[in-house]
Design a protein around this ligand. Structure first.
Ligand code: 4LI
Ligand code: NI
Length: 184
């Protein structure tokens, strides 16, 4: 079972590396890694289990955050319509995106960052993504709202990018014209 001690924190060099493509079909060890990452998110969202093991809540987790430098992540959340976005991604990519941006009005947090960093992280409002699931099947999805934000946050981890890299130090709350707020 993955715990907070297994999550590497900012300053660890793996978080700044470009993660490696995963050969397909995924080997059993990679499938197991994704399964444990998904289990971690489930536990992190369970009030009893998260309290018992001291796990912070999360909706996304990328393999580099457990010091596995491979292009894989999991996300697990419900959108504003109550629809489930429960995905494991291998070799994910954005194939197209809107010009319009959106951002979380409360800012972003990250399980690898133990401080709160004020500022808006403006990301593509809508994205079309491709990748493979844990069975090695191709997935193509259109995402908007919070799921689109989470996907881009996790994809950044595979490229050594942290959410605060997107925050303008001088003007952390400066918005692009027409940026769509996502309230929480
Ligand atoms: C407990 C149980 C307020 C502050 C609101 C917590 C179950 C922040 C938001 C959760 C904020 C769950 C989240 C992310 C933010 C803030 C992630 C709580 C887990 C809200 C998810 C990856 C950014 C994703 C909306 C500094 C660990 N998640 N909140 N950002 N939740 N959660 N991110 N922002 N301000 N991070 O953190 O999983 S994309 Cl579900
Ligand atoms: Ni993160």
């Amino acid at each position: 079972m993955l715990l907070m001690k297994d999550i590497i924190r900012e300053g660890h060099p793996t978080l700044r590396r470009i993660a490696k493509e995963v050969p397909l079909p995924p080997d059993p060890a990679d499938i197991e890694t994704l399964k444990s990452m998904k289990e971690f998110l489930i536990n992190s969202q369970d009030p009893v289990i998260s309290e018992k093991y001291g796990i912070r809540g999360g909706v996304g987790l990328a393999a580099p955050q457990i010091n596995v430098s491979k292009r894989m992540f999991v996300m697990r959340l419900n959108d504003e319509k109550g629809e489930e976005h429960d995905y494991s991604f291998i070799n994910p990519k954005i194939v197209s995106h809107s010009v319009e941006k959106s951002y979380l009005t409360s800012g972003e947090g990250c399980l690898s960052v133990d401080r709160s960093i004020p500022g808006y992280v403006q990301r593509h409002a809508r994205i079309t993504v491709k990748g493979y699931n844990e069975k090695g099947e191709e997935i193509k999805l259109r995402l908007r709202g919070l799921p689109a934000i989470v996907f881009q946050h996790e994809l950044d981890h595979l490229n050594g990018v942290m959410f605060y890299d997107h925050i303008d130090e001088k003007n952390p709350f400066q918005l692009k014209e027409g940026a769509i707020p996502i309230e929480n």
